[in-house]
Design a protein around this ligand. Structure first.
Ligand code: NAP
Ligand code: MG
Length: 472
């Protein structure tokens, strides 16, 4: 069993002021596979002090110097891809091949892209007699969730370091081990002491300490809308800058002229990805009533190909969920869907056959869902699809937008222009048009209660600057 009983503050692995260890459970076996240190608010204080002290010199390093450090971190991640992928598959339940690609490949790309982007970005602008300068925001507190744990960390830490900010990271309790591995990689890259600090611990204690700390300048948070709203409230007292990446209830809109085979495949992939533990999961499929029964048949037969099982078995497409309580919560939603009168056509709340151990949930499909139902409005965070019929294009758009969330979605049509026109009317931060691929350099973030601020690429980097103007 892996035991990490030290936290990373001011360039050293130090004992936290509590002996308590947090247990991490293997989501496929339910066994404890690692124990990690638990920081206290006192430790968080020390980490912020170290980050504040380090900011002075770090913010004055050259862009090239910071770029080189990020390139070294990229190499460190590349060298440990297999190990990291295996750790995250145990933590979260992601099938290991997908872990390599998404859980580790994507954050590696983020570090390398930020290494490059910082050398390209213009730091100064001249407006008449003014010199307008981009200044790093200062001490950044990054608070991250467990579903794509390393990706969400990288989306904050990489641009923060590139911009010249220093960082205190509070990773998710359920998936903290990968953050320790990243801290080792950062340590080996030789960053100056205090530039990066790791304080794992309870959200309520450490997260709130960081959100209220007068020496934290910027909070970058990814997680639930409930906690994000609470953090913004706490941060308001000291006028901290806040960026929030929150939940979603994204829709696949299938227009009646779409290639149904591609649309259904694309929609299901984006629903079941990472067992539905994906903030951009397309958990509503909005379909023309005239094609409802054909789409139902396709969905049911294709759902049967999503083999549930051990994340380390190459045949597995859907692994377990992250924890017992998440699996129970998803099963409760499935029972609720039945009570609400939606028609269950695949899966269900019972345990998948032969998988008594592990936090498994069957890929589940409801049809004839009314968008007012809770299963269509609330983020389930599991492999559960709601098929919702519509009668006109306008109604399809209205249903897609009838959500407190505004994170993502998709439009399918054989007419690309028409699909783009519909996509522009969907009030979400990103929309996939006819299966357009995820772009790690495109801005990522939400409309409405899915949050504010953008991550990744040049827009993501810009979030870490304050603008200063010197009148000359
Ligand atoms: P969460 O409960 O909101 O937790 C996120 C982070 O906040 C964790 O590090 C957590 O610590 C911490 N936290 C919890 N309570 C806190 C408090 N009172 N004050 C300060 N920090 C606190 O979310 P989760 O359960 O980890 O993740 C699932 C949710 O995240 C879903 O709603 C999902 O949609 C959303 N999400 C959004 C995006 C996006 O980019 N838009 C990406 C991924 C996930 P602990 O781990 O110790 O509880
Ligand atoms: Mg939580």
């Amino acid at each position: 069993m892996e035991v990490r009983d030290r936290i990373y503050i001011d360039g050293s692995w130090v004992k936290p002021s509590s002996d308590k260890l947090t247990q991490l459970f293997n989501s496929a076996t339910e066994e404890v596979f690692a124990q990690v240190a638990t920081s206290t608010p006192e430790d968080a204080d020390k980490a912020v002090a170290a980050a504040k002290k380090a900011f002075k010199d770090w913010s004055n390093t050259s862009k090239d110097e910071r770029s080189k450090y990020l390139a070294k971190i990229t190499e460190g991640l590349q060298a440990r891809t297999q190990e990291l992928a295996s750790v995250i598959s145990k933590e979260v339940g992601t099938p290991v091949t997908l872990s390599q690609l998404i859980q580790v490949g994507l954050p590696t790309t983020t570090f390398s892209s930020m290494s490059e982007l910082i050398t390209q970005i213009e730091m100064e602008d001249r407006i008449n007699n003014s010199l307008v300068i981009k200044q790093p925001r200062g001490v950044v507190a990054a608070i991250t969730p467990w579903n794509y744990p390393l990706h969400q960390i990288a989306a904050k830490v990489a641009p923060a370091l590139a911009a010249g900010c220093t960082v205190v990271l509070k990773p998710a309790g359920l998936a903290a081990l990968d953050a320790f591995l990243l801290a080792e990689i950062i340590d080996e890259a030789g960053l100056p002491a205090g530039v990066f600090n790791l304080v794992p611990g309870a959200g309520r204690e450490i997260g709130e300490k960081l959100a209220t700390h007068p020496d934290v300048d910027f909070i970058s948070f990814t997680g639930s809308t409930e906690v994000g709203s609470h953090i913004a409230e706490l941060a308001a007292k000291t006028i901290k800058r806040v960026a929030l990446e929150l939940g979603g209830k994204s829709a696949t809109v299938i227009l009646e002229d779409a290639d149904l085979s591609k649309a259904v495949s694309g929609g299901l992939f984006m629903c079941y990805l990472n067992s539905g533990q994906t903030c951009v999961a397309q958990t509503r499929m909005i379909v023309p009533r005239s094609k409802l029964s054909e789409i139902e048949e396709r969905v049911v037969s294709e759902t049967a190909t999503y083999t549930v099982g051990d994340p380390f078995d190459p045949m597995t497409r859907v692994g377990p969920l992250v924890s017992r309580s998440q699996a129970d919560r998803v099963k409760d939603y499935i029972r609720l869907g039945e009570q609400e009168g939606a028609k269950l056509i695949a899966g269900g709340a019972d345990t998948p056959e032969g998988l008594q151990k592990g936090y498994y949930v069957k890929p589940t499909v409801f049809t004839n869902v009314n968008n007012k139902m809770k299963i269509a409005q609330e983020e389930i965070f599991g492999p559960v699809l709601s098929i919702i019929p519509y009668d006109s294009e306008q109604e399809a758009i209205e249903i897609a937008n009838d959500s407190i969330y505004g994170l993502s979605g998709a439009v399918w049509s054989s007419d690309q222009e028409r699909a783009i026109k519909v996509a522009k009317q969907i009030r979400t931060g990103q929309v996939e048009v006819n299966g357009g691929m995820f772009n790690p350099l495109a801005p990522f973030g939400g409309f409405k209660q899915s949050g504010y601020g953008r991550e990744l690429g040049k827009y993501g980097l810009e979030e870490f600057f304050e603008i200063q103007s010197l009148q000359l």
